[in-house]
Design a protein. Structure first.
Length: 145
């Protein structure tokens, strides 16, 4: 049974409109799709995307970025000059290299059923980076269980 209050829009169409609002300096709420950001962002969570503006991009932030013709919502795990390396929290191997100008927006807040969470808080960024750095251990645990 399809939920009458929910609509699925192809990513290409959705992000044309999302990026239009971001360019106008507005915030946009989108639903999380997929598992690449588990355990911190889950399918059906909603995130508030905000324009980058004059913000400093730091490690640990979750950003919306162009990567190889796609748009991804992943965490900044390394900064090297004008290159940023992104990784999904749920990914144990893949890492994307993008340029600073490929960053489209920052995921500023998480909206789930119970609460609103500031995703830019330092401790949340550090926790995400810690989770990234223990990827080798996560692979072992996943194989065992």
């Amino acid at each position: 049974m399809q939920d009458k209050n929910r609509m699925t829009i192809p990513n290409k169409v959705l992000f044309e409109h999302v990026l239009e609002y971001i360019r106008l300096g507005k915030s946009v709420v989108i639903g999380v799709k997929g598992n690449s950001m588990k355990p911190f962002l889950r399918e059906a969570d909603r995130v508030v995307l905000e324009p980058l503006g004059n913000r400093h991009i730091k490690k640990g932030l979750v950003v919306l970025a162009y990567w190889e013709g796609q748009i991804v919502l992943h965490r900044v795990v390394k900064i090297e000059g004008d290159s940023l390396y992104l990784a999904g929290d749920g990914n144990v191997a893949q890492r994307e290299r993008v340029r600073k100008e490929d960053i489209l927006a920052i995921a500023a807040r998480l909206l789930d059923a119970d609460r609103e969470v500031d995703l830019t808080e330092n401790w949340r960024c550090y926790l995400g980076l810690f989770w990234y750095r223990v990827r080798p251990l996560r692979r072992i645990v996943m194989k065992v269980f």
